[in-house]
Design a binder for this molecule. Structure first.
Ligand code: AMP
Length: 540
């Protein structure tokens, strides 16, 4: 029996019109360095219509790809809205990709137009001649004359293109299963792989972002969107914001702790999201330059494991709860969020909050061992996490890397355990696991334990070859500014906190842990630095 319900399509064209009309006065504030320039959802709606007309005038039809090479700002938000709403596909180009990868993804996606922030022209211009399908470049927030176009490419000014266009657009009917946006994985091996989000997947994901078991985004919020809009759709915050009327503060190019602290003081956001390295940096800054940030009702941390010491520091020193979450580009990205069950209090609640979180109803999860057998959710058995659901990728664009998918499940490459009540704890990336004398050592556990030392700013753990045990952990440590600590002291600090046989005997002190294009520890580079003998290792 078929239902009698309407088969109304979940389209971003509707989301745009809805937000612009029913949350017309919700604000979009873009940081200028000393204050903000302000817009509203109503204005974003009008300018999105103008942008859609402008893109049509450049020949964008059907599901053509329009790339963005931009910071987090109002114009990028307009692209987020207008491009999918007109039926085209938004391709957020990661400005930190290696040049050859950037060229690869623009060619692979066959971008027809790329919208570029003026300040990023020097970075973009070098690669543009190799982007075979790009016919138009639109410069936002800058001078188009500063971009020398190769033959066959026309350069335009974003503002000039929009200025003469009508403020309404006849948004098309869109099949909710068609692609709305694409993002390439930031993987450190092989070519980047394209994930194509649908109107439906973005819509459902946005609803989940607002629910009480996840971010609780609402019209009472002013969300500081630090996660780059070129990384995993900025964790879905722009679309979720439009759904509920949450105002947004967009930091433009700012990712440094000092300027973020300035934005916090000036704009008093209630919510923010970023990877742990950003929060660690901010914490150090705040400890040296105290400031009230209790206007933040909560901040979400994901992308890498949130160190428990950092979570406690924000809550106990700054009255800001940290919400830990797990996800991937392939999972839209929200996969699990660590809200403790209502009945858990005190230490028990904290234990839940340290985990990568509980799966929402739409994300199905299982753990699989090396032989492909499912392992139980007993909070102890470890396996590779596999997920499925309406906002989880079922394949990559063009069918790349088919081994990542089987029987309708995505192999995440993350290794961990799940409690009977559905809380995930990740112990490692599959490619980062350390096997010592046949036993697994969790690099995440060791990192968290070392980062709990007050003199440690950052710590990353990798496995290094060992004659006796095959592999042993090596800890790379960044010491906080103005502090001092020795490897002996850190080893002593870990005693009693981790199993004795796991106590690392290899330590190195570095100025900085190498980071990936989205600000995570780049263990591949750390491993090759070690293999090339570039690390000065203290060995016990
Ligand atoms: P990306 O697609 O670049 O966002 O990377 C996704 C990967 O980041 C996941 O597969 C995990 O390995 C890692 N990751 C994301 N969130 C967390 C978290 N909360 N804890 C540990 N690792 C995480």
């Amino acid at each position: 029996m078929l239902s009698t319900m309407q088969d109304d399509q979940l389209s971003l064209a509707h989301l745009l019109q809805y937000g612009a009309r029913l949350h017309a006065n919700a604000e979009v504030a873009t940081w200028t360095g000393s204050g903000t320039r302000k817009s509203t959802f109503a204005q974003v709606g009008k300018r999105s219509a103008q942008l859609a007309h402008a893109l049509r005038s450049l020949g964008v039809t059907g599901d053509q790809r329009v790339g963005t090479f931009m910071w987090n700002n109002t114009e990028h938000l307009e692209c987020y809205m207008a491009i999918p709403a007109m039926g085209a596909v938004l391709h957020t180009l990661n400005i930190r990709l290696f040049p050859e990868q950037l060229v690869y993804v623009a060619n692979h996606a066959e971008d027809h137009v790329v919208i570029v922030d003026g300040s990023l022209i020097p970075l973009f211009a070098k690669q543009l001649p190799e982007m075979r399908t790009v016919k138009h470049v639109v410069v936002a927030n800058g001078d188009p004359a500063s971009l020398e176009a190769p033959s066959g490419v026309t350069v335009h000014s974003y503002e000039e293109l929009l200025s003469s266009q009508p403020e309404t657009f006849d948004w098309p009917e869109i099949d909710e299963r068609s692609a709305a946006a694409m993002c390439y994985t930031s993987g450190t091996t092989g070519d980047p792989k394209g994930v194509l989000y649908s109107h439906r997947s973005i819509w459902l994901h946005s609803m989940q972002i607002c629910m009480s078991n996840t971010m609780r985004l609402s019209d009472e919020d002013r969300a500081l969107v630090i996660v780059p809009m070129f990384h995993a759709m900025s964790w879905g915050m722009p679309y979720a914001g439009f759904m509920v009327g949450a105002s947004m503060v967009l930091p433009d190019p700012v990712l440094q702790p000092g300027p973020i602290a300035e934005i916090l003081a000036a704009e008093k956001p209630t919510f923010a999201g970023a990877v742990p390295t950003i929060w660690q940096g901010l914490l150090q800054h705040l400890d040296a330059n105290p400031q009230d940030i209790s206007h933040l009702r909560e901040v979400v941390v994901g992308g890498s494991a949130a160190p428990p010491a950092m979570m406690h520091a924000f809550e106990e020193r700054y009255n800001v709860p940290v919400l830990h979450a797990w996800g991937m580009t392939e999972t839209s990205p929200m996969g699990s969020v660590a809200r403790p069950p209502a009945e858990a209090t005190g230490k028990e609640a904290w234990e839940y909050r340290y985990t990568q979180g509980r799966f929402p109803a739409t994300v199905k999860a299982r753990l699989v061992d090396d032989d492909g057998n499912e392992v139980p959710w007993d909070g102890e058995s470890v396996g590779e996490l596999e997920v499925k659901g309406p906002w989880i990728a079922g394949s990559y664009y063009g069918g790349a890397d088919p081994d990542k998918f089987h029987d309708g499940w995505l192999r995440t490459g993350d290794v961990g355990k799940i409690t009977p009540d559905g809380y995930l704890t990740l112990t490692d990336r599959a490619k980062d696991v350390i096997k010592s004398g046949g036993e697994w050592v969790s690099s995440v556990d060791l990192e968290n334990a070392v980062m709990a030392h007050p003199a440690v700013a950052e710590a990353a753990v990798i496995g290094v070859p060992d004659q006796k045990w095959d592999e042993r952990p090596l800890v790379a440590v960044v010491v906080r500014e103005g502090q001092q600590v020795t490897a002996e002291e850190l080893r002593e600090f870990l005693t009693g906190k981790v199993a004795k046989w796991q106590l690392p005997e290899n330590w190195t002190f570095v100025d900085e842990i190498p980071k990936t294009s989205v600000g995570k520890f780049d263990k591949k580079r750390l491993r090759s630095a070690h293999a090339d003998g570039k690390l000065d290792v203290t060995h016990f």
